[in-house]
Design a protein around this ligand. Structure first.
Ligand code: DX5
Ligand code: ZN
Length: 223
């Protein structure tokens, strides 16, 4: 499967979000990554379901919602109603991860689990039958523009193996510090969806920025 690029709206110009979504969609983005932060689970506040709902009619690409809020369960319905296609949460964001993932699926969305740098892969292995997306954070969540943590590549590779063994079509996403220099490391370790905020929205030409993150044909290991 080809590598997909998911620009993170966190790095966009917040005075013109609709134009920014249209622009990255036209520039070849595969998914739109939406970082929701509550100032409690992570030390930053971003936007919530009202903003996602307002942006939903602007583009047809999948809305990939990354929830960094706790407790998360009471808000799942609002994000589904706002138009999320994927809803991903952290195991630390509620008492019953399995139940939260079931709730997301029951709302008609694709459930995902996001692992912080210190969170072991076992947190998701026990629920792999329920997820459509696993995301490995390569920064501590909360802010864009942080440095990529290469120490997470062993975790990514272990998840690649577990997903392949499962035989399920689970997307393996990497989030944080992705640039044209770090993307090849993540792809070599097995990632097939790259989230990129600064590396897309801080660049003048979004199409060129997205293209620069994609593997060259010989490096795309047939995924
Ligand atoms: C961090 C977010 C990321 C962030 C990535 O908490 O989950 O999605 O927007 O930003 P960059 O690509 O700039 O590291
Ligand atoms: Zn994110």
């Amino acid at each position: 499967m080809a590598v997909r690029i998911a620009p993170s709206l966190l790095a966009a110009d917040f005075t013109r979000l609709g134009d920014e979504v249209r622009a990255v969609a036209a520039a070849g983005a595969d998914w739109l990554h939406l970082d929701v932060m509550d100032g409690h689970f992570v030390p930053n506040i971003s936007f919530g379901p009202a903003v996602i709902k307002a942006l939903r009619p602007v583009a047809s690409l999948p809305f990939d919602v990354h929830l960094m809020i706790a407790p998360v369960d009471a808000y799942l319905e609002a994000f589904a109603a706002a138009g999320a296609d994927h809803i991903a949460l952290h195991p630390e964001a509620g008492p019953h991860l399995h139940r939260s993932l079931q709730a997301i699926a029951a709302l008609g969305c694709k459930p995902g689990v996001v692992l912080n740098p210190a969170t072991p892969i076992e947190s998701v292995l026990t629920v792999l039958d329920l997820v459509d997306l696993v995301c490995v954070m390569t920064v501590n969540p909360g802010f864009g523009g942080q440095a990529f943590l290469p120490g997470q590549m062993a975790k990514l590779a272990a998840l690649r193996r577990a997903i392949d063994v499962s035989g399920r079509a689970i997307a393996l996403q990497v989030d944080g510090g992705i640039t044209a220099a770090t993307a090849p490391l993540a792809i070599a370790a097995g990632a097939d969806v790259l989230v990129a905020g600064t590396a897309v929205f801080a660049k003048p030409d979004y199409a060129a920025a997205i293209a620069a993150l994609r593997p060259v044909a010989s490096a795309d290991l047939g995924r």
